[in-house]
Design a protein around this ligand. Structure first.
Ligand SMILES: [Zn+2]
Length: 143
């Protein structure tokens, strides 16, 4: 009799452990999935917002309402803000890089037909009088 009860308790414990393991792995997988999907979702949201700024404001109102109803700790708020700033910095560096590539292409095509006399800095602390292209801003020749 005691053995039967003991084996039932062990079975229930094993079943409980299995259920807990399944639930935990489901949420762990879901968390990983969310982190993979987040950048893709942000790209879609940016595209949607660029097409219609009214939708962006609507989403802002919805998120603001959600945040007000669900209290966020200061630590989580600061963490989210620093993550957002990091993403913004990455985006700006990417824009700078693509703008530099475009400028390089434009300078390669420019005929430098109109110049002005200006100070050209070819190294930190060194300035030299030079002819600079008015259209693309590149150095044409030193004076
Ligand atoms: Zn030029």
């Amino acid at each position: 009799m005691l053995d039967k009860i003991k084996s039932k308790i062990v079975k229930m414990f094993k079943l409980g452990f299995c259920i807990r393991w399944v639930i935990c792995s489901y949420f762990s997988l879901q968390r990983k999935y969310d982190w993979i999907i987040y950048p893709l979702a942000m790209k879609s949201l940016n595209r949607i917002c660029k097409r219609n700024i009214g939708l962006a404001y609507l989403m802002e109102l919805s998120f603001r309402d959600f945040v007000e109803k669900n209290k966020i700790s200061d630590e989580l708020r600061k963490s989210a803000e620093s993550f957002y700033n990091e993403l913004k910095c990455r985006q700006m560096y990417s824009q700078i890089k693509s703008a530099e590539e475009l400028l390089k292409e434009l300078r390669a095509e420019c005929k430098h037909q109109k110049t002005f006399e200006g100070n050209y800095s070819w190294r930190v602390g060194n300035i030299q009088l030079a002819d600079i292209c008015e259209y693309c801003g590149s150095l044409v020749r030193y004076k």
